[in-house]
Design a binder for this molecule. Sequence first.
Ligand SMILES: N[C@@H](CCC(=O)N[C@@H](CS)C(=O)NCC(=O)O)C(=O)O
Length: 213
Amino acid sequence: MQLFYAPRSPFSRKILATIVELDLAARVSLVRIDPWTDETLRRHNPACKVPTLLLDDDSALFDSPVIARYLDTLSGHTLIPSAPRTWDTLRREALGDSLAEAVIRRFVDRLGPHDDRLERVVARQEAAITAILDGLEAAPDWMRAPTDLGHLAIACALDYLDGRSPDLEWNAQRRLLAAWFYDFRENSSMKIAADPTIGTFRSINSPHPSAEV
Ligand SMILES: N[C@@H](CCC(=O)N[C@@H](CS)C(=O)NCC(=O)O)C(=O)O
């Protein structure tokens, strides 16, 4: 299998961490790509987004929730547990993905001209970011559960938030979430997701992170 990924993309990192957690790295080659400037990915994914997983029969899987489910099926369903834990896991995956989307949208939109429309868009993203983080802090039982796909999605989104939007100071008033995150990101799956060159992945092109997302 080939995984098209961008080093900073939180959705790519979620899949890289998933692959490491499921011990599938030997079966996946990495293709680093900048989806914003490189159109070669569109042949496999019409939306030209990362992550995209190219299977051995040349068919492609996307978006990241679909890829994660496929990989979990290959590996005995260890990151998406059976009921009743299934729905809480998938709900937290969705929260992590929504957090990442809101941080990306806020970052990208603020690069453009400042006007009323921009203020409304940014305020809406910040409302989502605040509500997601406050909810995760207020009901912390999930932090003690065995690692699942929801933990990976939330940690990758927080890593992106931490790097992209330090002005939001997300960790200042959320001590439980911050403590969980700074501990969780020391896991080898998170470290390899941030820098796949330290893992056992094979790279089809240059492994050095440079693509901007
Ligand atoms: N819902 C998608 C989101 C993927 C996504 O937005 N990827 C971004 C990088 S973080 C991308 O490829 N953007 C390129 C574009 O929008 O043209 C998923 O979960 O895979």
